[in-house]
Write a protein that binds this ligand. Structure first.
Ligand SMILES: [Fe+2]
Ligand SMILES: [Fe+2]
Length: 234
């Protein structure tokens, strides 16, 4: 099964380059978006993204997305509307997609930060609790998918490990991701983890136990990330 994954296009910022990137690839069986596809909550840019994907790769495959921090909370209803029938947003939810003979379970979440930003602390007083709950929610969603799927994917925006943040200052990990999600992955061992958010990463792949982790942030990768999935073997 062919999967394309991308995050952090921050449209319109990298939209032109994203279109060039789409032209490098054939139509996938599944396209995953790991958040921040538009800049600063610009919901209408999701329509442009859907249009560009349709023009170049067609519309015969599902697009599953999670939200990033630039998909501002107050703009999410408009973002979902602009994604229309084409994009399924998973916000602490899961979905099973059957394609190419495989039952693929996807859990989507924005993920967490070990240290909320000062803006998050000011505007969302319960943010620490929310971040802790997101990790345990992702864990239980992954657990529930185990019996009924051939392959499990955790689709998240923030980083779950230090390795795919290399290139950024090591001290900034607390603002890039969360160790809580590292533990979730270590315990649940999904087959694949896709994340974004880390624009300046120089290492794009890592392993947590048997789980492959990919940072698919467009500014770091320079294109979409292409992955080939086989039953249970990654
Ligand atoms: Fe971003
Ligand atoms: Fe981000």
């Amino acid at each position: 099964m062919k999967v394309l994954a991308v995050a952090d296009v921050h449209s319109p910022r990298f939209h032109e380059d994203f279109v060039a990137g789409l032209k490098d690839h054939d139509s996938p069986d599944l396209l995953l978006m790991a958040g921040d596809m538009v800049n600063r909550g610009r919901a209408a840019e999701y329509s442009r993204i859907v249009e560009s994907i349709g023009d170049i790769l067609g519309n015969d495959f599902p697009i599953i997305a999670c939200f990033g921090n630039d998909d501002y909370g107050e703009r999410r209803a408009a973002i979902i509307e602009n994604g229309g029938d084409r994009i399924t947003f998973l916000d602490e939810k899961s979905k099973v997609v059957e394609t190419d003979g495989l039952k693929v379970g996807i859990v989507g979440t924005q993920g967490s930060l070990d240290k909320p930003t000062s803006w998050q602390r000011k505007t969302i007083p319960s943010i620490k609790r929310i971040f802790a709950q997101r990790a345990s929610r992702a864990e239980s969603l992954l657990r529930r998918l185990k019996e009924k799927t051939d392959y499990r994917i955790l689709l998240m925006h923030y980083a779950p490990c230090l390795e795919t943040c290399e290139g950024e200052s090591a001290r900034s990990f607390a603002w890039l991701g969360s160790r809580k999600f590292y533990s979730v992955i270590k315990t649940e061992q999904p087959d694949l983890v896709i994340h974004g958010h880390v624009h300046n990463a120089t290492t794009l792949e890592a392993k947590i136990g048997d789980t492959m982790v990919y940072n698919v942030a467009f500014p770091a990768v320079g294109s979409l990330t292409k992955l080939e999935i086989q039953d249970g073997s990654g």
